[in-house]
Design a protein around this ligand. Structure first.
Ligand SMILES: [Zn+2]
Length: 87
């Protein structure tokens, strides 16, 4: 097991060079617990850098991959909303 001094940095940048939400998802958080992460630093949805102790972190997001698995591996070819015209 790794030392509890481990700090994990997770940053996402959009095509304009701005920070966007990189908060770890539920699955990543589970793996981070296995590696005994002490602190995490990530960018939030407002483009701010957040630094906190990992034990206080509560994941709020589910990854696109997890949604796909949870849906029974259903891959929609088109957005259904574009076909809900109501005619
Ligand atoms: Zn994740």
């Amino acid at each position: 097991m790794f030392s509890s001094k481990l700090t994990l940095y997770v940053i996402r940048v959009n095509s304009l060079g701005s920070f966007v939400d990189s908060a770890p998802c539920v699955d990543c958080t589970r793996v981070m617990r296995m590696y005994n992460v002490n602190k995490i630093i990530y960018s939030n949805e407002r483009g701010e850098i957040v630094k906190m102790r990992f034990k206080n972190y509560i994941p709020k997001t589910i990854s696109i991959g997890r949604k796909y698995i949870n849906s029974g591996y259903y891959l929609p070819l088109h957005k259904t909303s574009s076909y809900s015209c109501g005619y």
